[in-house]
Ligand binder design. Sequence first.
Ligand code: DGJ
Length: 731
Amino acid sequence: MSILYNESKKTITLHTAKTTYQLKIGNLNYVNHLYYGATIHDEDLSYLIRRYDRGFSGNPYDSLKERTFSLDAQPQEFTTQQQGDFRINSIEVQNADGSFSFDGRYVSHKIYSGAFTLNGLPTAFANEKDTVDTLEVVLEDAVTKVQVTLLYSVFEEADIIMRAVRVRNGGEGTIALKRIMSLNMDYMNGGNLDMLSLPGRYGQERQVERQPLTHHVHKIRSGRGISSHQQNPFVALVDKKANEDYGACYGFALMYSGSFLTEVELDQYDQVRLVMGINDRLFSFHVAPGEEFDTPAVLMTYTHKGLTGMSHIYHDFFRNNLNRSKFVREVQRPILINTWEAAFFNFDDVKLVEIAKAAKGMGVEMIVMDDGWFGKRDDDNSGLGDWFVNEKKIKCGLTELVRQINDLGMKFGIWFEPEMVSEDSDLFRTHPDWVMEIPGRHAVRSRNQLVLDVSRKEVQDHLIASVNRILDSANIYYVKWDLNRAITDLWSNSLPAECQGEVSHRYVLGLYRVMEGIIKAHPDIMFEGCAGGGGRFDPAMLTFFVQYWSSDNTKPLDNLKLHYGSSFLYPVCTMGAHVSEASPMVPLETKAAIAMCGTFGYELDATKLKKKEVKACSKMSSLYHKFYDLNFFGDYYRLTSPFEPVNLVAWESVSKDKSEALVTVVTVNLTMNGPQEYIYCKGLAPDKLYKVDDGSNKVIASGMALMHAGIPIPREVPEFTAFLYHLKAVK
Ligand code: DGJ
């Protein structure tokens, strides 16, 4: 058991392989947080909490005039509301009598093996060989009988603790949750912490920012109804001295795809509180007597092995515990060519077959028919919602088109954007009340489209049936599931006025139900997520999609930053990346080397390539296969940062047994007559000898030499040259 209850000390200790987490049923049955960090054995750490009379920090009434006991200065597992703790809080509930108050005290706990699951929300799962135990701690407000259950699943070998919160209304009247966070994390002394997050924008998702915590509330949030291009539901709190290789790092990744909120407060006493969960803006969720409300889960980790150590924990976990699709590991993903940047809306069946024929010579194994094949869809003004084949474009019909593609020895993929509708569509004309639109107002248009009210069961059922009908009509191997606007106009015609604050979250729950009904119903189809690029790239989506389109920006140099930033949380095998015609000054080989730091594919008109280019692509495609296991399943190291003024951007994948590695180096700046530069490998076995193959030269050097003395990178090369160094252990 990785969870231990000490009856006499009233402590509960959670152990993963390399971390310990402790909480205590403390004074007046408030549950204190005592510790999260490197492994400590099962001692009672409550000596860490000191009490002082803190001015203006109130005392619970039953502390009997004990002025040194204030919740404002106590580390807690979850917060109260209006009990004298003035920091950010994890719950705001309006009780049936109209009061805003919650005073949760310990009433019970239980420990069991296996991971918790949530109603309608995705969670991580335990594999056969994983040791996973769960702790549930129940807090109750004695007056309202509102119960909050804190859920902790300890994934021992993975060093991950999955957390969430379940609210149960045990009272007699309906309550309204105005804020309910998935996790509350208190640090008694957090003045030494920096905050690292992944902000961005459309076309430039998941860039990296690191900033010191100041005495404020720092907020990372999306209010766009999707996890968004602008922020990612991930944050790390890291020791000021932590770097890639050393130092304490705490990671928090929220499994949620809608509007989210993370707040981090450094308070007056240098205590830090982090809360993370559903965004409380435009949120008010009613829970009737006897009903429950589940928050989304957070995947939390700690390591003292720096940022790389933290990324490795998440990469392994995402590859092992999020998605059961055979395309995660057992079946190698094919190299695809996507028609979007080749033809946009302008294609027909003949053109698709031509592209497929031409792409074959490039080593491409699958063609993906993007936006434009359905309804009346010649531009972005019409057609969304009408999921039937446009036979003016696909004249031979879908089944026949797929057959022709299959006859070429290629697989076939297709694009959908299920959640959206065009005003000029049969669906909108038939069901105008299915869109999100506030009565008496016009809905905001974005990319000329409106949002379907996916919170409604009949809309969900319609989407499941109409997408599945197409998927079952032909030999479809792959689906790209897109979304091209943010969610606005929160309103559902199926909910009463007082429940409109539930729409945003109900939309997300509805979406997960639709995805269950389509994706989980088709285990032989490979699904890639997309939201105008990486606008909904989050851990919850990865429980459905094996990969996610990183960005609509296919410029290779921008992708260096995008991949670097994404890699803090997401493994290479989840990041969709294509070679395209963007940035003609960058050689094709370099574009391919960069796309290999992702799932690799093409997004160009294959019929227009010169022979020489087809040959180069074919060579790069075989390298993708050659290095597939290394790239997809190896340990990934960021060797230099594209956010710093470097001349070389480099990264490396090392096989788990350290017998092989691939080092990729891209020359981003050529200085005339400059110094010789070296790239220093990481993660190799120091005493192993490696053959270093760069395609033309072969050197033999020890892991020690390659890590400490480095690899000299040739200087006199054309701009934006990429080097691939394949390291193979010879002894
Ligand atoms: C946005 C996606 O990111 C693109 O790749 C493409 O699929 C378009 N949508 C199609 O509308």
